[in-house]
Write a protein that binds this ligand. Structure first.
Ligand code: E4P
Length: 217
């Protein structure tokens, strides 16, 4: 399972990239606004920090303008992945960019039928938002299971990129289902390494080691 960081915070991305555990980055207009930085500048900088795909989202509602925006974004770096909304215009743009060999991430997916359309449009990634579904009383993971089943039924190569991840519980559930990628806020990536018994055990080992009076180095 691949891990993407869902942020436009370059300091966080650099820190996570240094662990060797980061496979890519996803951004969206809200995350760019939160960064307070110029969109094109910050995306270009992020592309230099990671080898994997960096999703940058178009903001136009229509196909023709989406194509023009995608051309600007594609010119930023070779590891750009064009993020497109799950609308008819977004799907049309996905099909056109896929034909040109461009990586695409179809976002704001909330139903299995939407995911089916994205796969038919040749999307590299489909981004179902599990947290936002949970927020309105639906089961986000049920959607991930449905998409996994449908993609396997028809041998679609589109990767399931679980988005709107709120906690390690989402990551575990997505991994059990066999989702390809989870994109997470940096804090959630760090939480994956945490366990109270790890902390407790480490404290005990440190205390006992101190009693030996020895040193490895
Ligand atoms: C995914 O690409 C989105 O940027 C993201 O996961 C949205 O998550 P949110 O629901 O926490 O805003």
């Amino acid at each position: 399972m691949k891990f993407f960081a869902d942020t436009a915070d370059v300091a966080e991305i650099a820190d996570l990239a240094a662990t060797g555990l980061l496979d890519g980055v996803t951004t969206n207009p809200s995350l760019i606004a939160k960064s307070g930085r110029n969109f094109l500048e910050v995306v270009k900088e992020i592309c230099g920090l990671v080898e994997g795909p960096v999703s940058a989202e178009v903001v136009a509602p229509d196909h023709a303008t989406m194509m023009k925006e995608a051309a600007v974004l594609r010119a930023l770096a070779p590891n750009i992945c064009i993020k497109l909304p799950l609308t008819i215009d977004g799907l049309k743009t996905c099909k056109a960019l896929t034909a040109e060999g461009v990586k695409t991430n179809v976002t704001l997916c909330f139903s299995a039928n939407q995911a089916l359309l994205a796969a038919k449009a040749g999307a590299t990634y489909i981004s179902p938002f599990v947290g936002r579904l949970d927020d309105i009383g639906h089961d986000g993971m049920e959607l991930i299971q449905d998409i996994r089943t449908i993609y396997d039924n028809y041998d679609f190569q589109t990767e399931i990129l679980v988005a709107s991840v709120r906690s390690p519980v989402h990551v575990l559930a997505a991994a059990r289902i066999g989702a390809d990628v989870a994109t997470m806020p940096p804090a959630v990536i760090r939480q994956l390494a945490n366990h109270a018994l790890t902390d407790k055990g480490l404290a005990a080992f440190e205390a006992d080691w101190a009693k030996t009076g020895q040193s490895i180095l």
